[in-house]
Design a protein around this ligand. Sequence first.
Ligand SMILES: Nc1nc2c(ncn2[C@@H]2O[C@H](COP(=O)(O)OP(=O)(O)OP(=O)(O)O)[C@@H](O)[C@H]2O)c(=O)[nH]1
Length: 242
Amino acid sequence: MGDITKQKANSSRSLISIEKQKRIFKIIVIGDSNVGKTCLTYRFCSGSFPTKTEATIGVDFRERVVEVEGEQIKLQLWDTAGQERFRKSMVQHYYRNVHAVVFVYDVTKIASFESLPHWVEECDQHHLTTFIPRILVGNKCDCQDRIAVNTNMAQKFADLHNMPVFETSAKDDNEADHVEAIFMTLAHKLKNSKPMMPPHLHRQGTGDSTNLKSGVISVGKSYGKPTDKSYSPDEDESWCAC
Ligand SMILES: Nc1nc2c(ncn2[C@@H]2O[C@H](COP(=O)(O)OP(=O)(O)OP(=O)(O)O)[C@@H](O)[C@H]2O)c(=O)[nH]1
């Protein structure tokens, strides 16, 4: 092959790889321990309710590629630890370069709702701007006979903090579409924000599919700091979309 032909082949290859690159959005899921953060993120990324969960230690990552108005974007969900002792060394990492926040409470546990101001305050302490979408999710609505937080209370809190509220259940298969709709609402909001994540931090392979199951990066428990360097956006701050 002549030099010019080779150059042409190379440039068309790089064009293809640029086309394949997807914008990646980091979404942190926060709230008290046991409210169902792991189950909600698992439901969205794997399409089912996990048979067994343990307290998250540090953070678990899950991701899924979704299509929004013709563009494929990658949602990178950070399932954070609810227990203070399992999160304190990680908090800085949670909030760095974050693009959206999902606050979760358990509709059957008033204490988890009463903790929400603490979670909002933590976000404020990390200087999250008002441009960063926030949503509130009341989980475990399948436990109808144990509801302790009514919709009005949740709506008032959400209005006060200028975010939408959703009540759902990660467990109830009939609510699966609802969980989907919640994260897709966020995806639509994010679609219109700035791109981020340089190519060298773009994980290839498993996550590059619209298939639900292949979008899962980690369904087990991870311990401490994320170990996959190529996967942690914290390694490079140059792509911040703030
Ligand atoms: N009934 C019901 N139980 C749920 C639901 N979501 C989660 N659970 C249960 O609640 C418990 C805690 O769920 P997790 O998803 O591990 O909670 P978490 O918020 O991730 O907890 P930490 O990792 O400690 O922060 C588990 O026993 C789940 O099976 C739900 O929608 N309905």
